[in-house]
Structure formats: C-alpha cells, structure tokens
Design a binder for this molecule. Structure first.
Ligand code: BG6
Length: 467
C-alpha cells in the first residue's frame, strides 16, 4: 500500500526541456556544447545541430506543461535549475535576476496546483566557464562556486521548496566525467587521482550544502542521488560474484559517504591500488558528517557482471556499457533491459544499509513513437503502462518488505531531449511533443494513452495496479 502522502509525479531537467539557451542572460552550460549527448565529444562552441539548445521550449511553455502535469494530479514535479541561468559563468558576484525570475514563475505555477517542486540543484548543467577555467570538479574552488549558487536558491525558495537533490546521479562522474563533473580532460586521459579528487570535492560540496540548507531552513529535506545500477552475476561462478561486489562499490562508495558521513572501509584499498593520495582536510572530514535526509535513485534497468569479458553480450544503458545482458530480461527499442524485480531488490538493499527514505527519482521507458496528427490518444503506449505497472507492483512489494519509499517521479512525463544521444526520437512521455531530431515540428503537445492511466493511478493512490 502506498501511504497517503506518497509523492507521485514526474521528473525533468532544465537542459533537456527548457531550450532558450541564451535567453535572459543565461551563460553557456556544458550541455550546450554536447551536441551528440553524453557519449560524444564536446565542441568548442554551441552548434546548430545541438537539440538541447532548443529543448521542447519549456522556457516559454511551462504553463501549458505544468497544467497538463496538474491534470494528471502530480503531487510533485522534480525539476532542475540551470546553474548558468543564475550564475552565467559561475563566478559573478550577484546572481542573474532574470534567471531567478523564470524559476520563481515555474515554482509558483507548481504551487498553484498544490504540486511540490522538488529541485535538483545540479543536473549535468555546470556553467561551461567553470569547466574551462577549473577543469570542473578537479579543482577545490568549485566548492565555493557551488555553495554560493546553493545559498541563492535556498534563500530565494526558503518557503516554497522543501525537497532538494544536490547532484543528479553523482556516481555517473566515473562514466561521464565531462557531463557529470565538468571535467574537460578526455576520459581516457583522466587519471584516477584526478577523478577521485573531483569526486571528493563534489562530496564535500554536497555535504556542506546540506549544512547550509539547514541553516536557512531546518525543515528542508536534502537528498543525494545515485544512478541505481542493479548488477547480477552473469553466472554463479564465484569470480562473477566478486565482480558484482566490485561494481556495486561504484555506487556504495557514494551512498556510504552521503548516509554515514565518512569514507567506506574499502576506500583505502581503492586509493592504494591506484596510487591515489587525496587532498582531504580536517574541515572536509567534518563536513562529510552532514548526512542527507533521503536517498534518491534513478532506476531503468539491470545488467550482469562477469570476470570473463568474453562471456555474454554487451548490454545497453547509458552508463553500463561495460556490463552484460541478462538473458532473462526483455530489452527496449534502445537496448535497455527491463527488470522490475531489480527495483524491489535495489530498494531493499539501499534501505537495509542506511534506513533512509528512498525517492525513486527516475524510472521510465524510452521508445520510438510518431504522431502524424498531433491529436490526443493517437499514441497507444500500452508498453509504457505495462512497464510502470510492473515496476510499481514491485515498489509496493518493497513497501510491504518495510522499505520507506518517499515517492515516484517518472522520468520524462513529457517527451524531451535525450541525455545520452541528444535526440528527440527516444520518447518517454505521457505527453507527446511534436519535435523531430532535425529540430522541425510544431511543438504541439498531445496526450498519449498512458496520460489517463497515470492520472487514474495517482487518483486511486496506486489502486488501479490491482484491477
Ligand atoms: C538519467 C538522467 O541517467 O537517464 C536523465 O538523469 C536522462 O537526464 C535519463 O534523460 C534517461 O536517459 P536518456 O539518455 O534516455 O535520456
């Protein structure tokens, strides 16, 4: 049973939906120079082919979009604030008032419908200037830039926003150092020393943000977020189980620090193995003790690990390319494997370790869809309904297991630009957006079949899962 105040809703990010990439004083962000998405190289300047520059024009259509979310009965909208709208280069003395005014309007629009705005402070949108000047999070000075930005948000939205996430999928820095950590050094040239130093500075920034937040409003609820990679051994061979243990550490390293306030016991081993000596001050260690209130995860699929790279087929997924396909799970149009039970498993695992409420901050299915008329219900996305239904039944089971689940924010309630490939053709929404990969289209919004289903799901607080 979902509790009465379960936070049903959806999740979007600024860089994937707003567009208006230079409007009202916004500076460039790292996404503005990633035309091919996360797996591709960045460019020197924004290029016409980068769909994120245009997004789905949420910047001008937020009222229409939020109204549609309200029609589905969203209790919460997870959105991110584009750091470069507030501090265009990350280092101005004063924030950009025009940028803040935009988020005032978005947040007020949510509140008008009694929809809780849940803010991700940094969702792959670091100001490009900080990447260029400091090589992103490899530099300690990033901490102060981030905290200055946080303070502006905390004070401005002191009485309007309760839930905050410090960084989207912080552990993705291991897989995508530029997108996640604003690190310009190409991934294959980046040393483990630099990588873990950047991780450390981000973790310190996050923990200092927790303290800062509470000093502004003790009622604030601050969460960390990790990419909830669920990994199984490809075979029962003990070596494969050890591989899983190693892989899990790529997530637990982060959640341990966030939730326990100190580096995990296996950190020293990783550091000595790679000859890493970190710049960690006493103040850093003290700061890390500011633990989070909740843990947020994204969960789309699961994969398998093996000690023998010749075994198994490579799996899909944005950050799991080094893992293998699970022969028991079906695969989406984009090669992501569907595994609802893996969600129950991961929820239990994280709750067992930390006993902190968990927010399912992202879960969804991206498919190829095409509307020819832009009329409502032309897209009959039964597969999306099925996907959610199966995942949510597992969430219910996890709740019955005793896991405290705060809410569920479906990823991409409205079609938006893909993070991995910067395309429109991978669609997650309950709402179709008429925009093609080449940027053409009327931007008209139309409802898919899943729109009504999600509305009924929220209305019955999950009751229709059992019909
Ligand atoms: C998550 C990101 O990793 O995956 C989102 O936080 C992203 O920003 C989502 O959109 C789905 O990935 P993609 O590549 O299908 O957009």
């Amino acid at each position: 049973m979902f509790k009465e105040n379960f936070l049903w809703g959806g999740a979007i990010s600024a860089n994937q939906c707003e567009g208006a990439y230079l409007e009202d004083g916004k500076g460039l962000s790292i996404e503005d120079v990633l035309p091919g998405g996360l797996m591709k190289e960045y460019t020197q300047e924004p290029t016409e082919d980068n769909l994120k520059l245009k997004g789905i024009d949420f910047y001008h259509r937020y009222k229409e979009d939020i109204k549609l979310f309200a029609e589905m009965g969203f209790k919460v909208l997870r959105l991110s604030i584009a750091w470069a709208r507030i501090f265009p280069t990350g280092e101005e003395q004063e924030p950009n008032e025009k940028g803040l005014e935009f988020y005032d309007k978005v947040i007020d629009e949510c509140l008008k419908y009694h929809m809780e705005p849940l803010v991700t402070i940094s969702h792959y949108e670091t100001p490009l200037a900080l990447a260029q000047k400091y090589n992103g999070w490899t530099d300690r000075r990033m901490i102060d830039c981030y905290l200055k930005y946080c303070l502006v948000l905390f004070e401005r939205y002191k009485n309007k926003v309760k839930y905050w996430i410090t960084f989207n999928e912080i552990n993705s820095i291991i897989h995508a150092p530029f997108m996640s950590g604003a690190i310009m050094t190409p991934k294959d040239e980046l040393s483990k020393q630099e990588l873990y130093q950047a991780v450390h500075y981000e973790l310190v920034a996050s923990s200092k943000a927790v303290k800062l937040a509470k000093s502004v409003n003790p009622e604030f609820q601050i969460g960390c977020m990790v990419l909830g990679v669920t990994v199984y051994p490809l075979t029962p061979a003990p070596e494969d189980v050890i591989e899983v243990m190693e892989y899990d550490r790529k997530t637990l390293f982060f959640t341990d620090i966030f939730c326990r306030g100190k580096y995990p016991y296996f950190a020293e081993h990783i550091f000595s193995e790679h000859g890493i000596t970190l710049d960690i001050t006493e103040d850093d260690r003290e700061s890390l003790k500011n633990t989070v209130d909740f843990v947020a995860i994204s969960y789309y699929s699961s994969s398998c690990a093996t000690a023998n790279p010749d075994n198994g087929e490579p799996t899909g997924g944005n950050m799991t390319r080094d893992l293998k396909k699970n022969p028991y799970n079906p695969t989406t149009d984009f090669g992501w494997q569907i595994d609802p039970k893996g969600l129950r498993y991961t929820l239990n695992k994280l709750y067992h370790l930390y006993e902190k409420p968990i927010l399912i901050a992202e879960n969804g299915i991206g498919m190829i869809e095409k509307s020819n008329s832009n009329s409502d219900y032309e897209i009959q996305d039964d597969y999306r309904i099925e996907y959610m239904k199966r995942h949510l039944l597992e969430v219910e089971d996890a709740i019955a297991d005793g896991v405290e689940v705060l809410g569920y924010t479906y990823w991409g309630p409205i079609d938006l630009v893909s993070c991995a490939t910067a395309q429109m053709k991978k669609r997650y929404g309950f709402i179709y957006v008429d925009r093609e990969d080449d940027g053409s289209g009327t931007l008209c919004r139309s409802k898919k079949k899943s729109f009504d289903w999600y509305r009924d799901l929220i209305k019955t607080n999950g009751g229709i899962l059992h019909e």
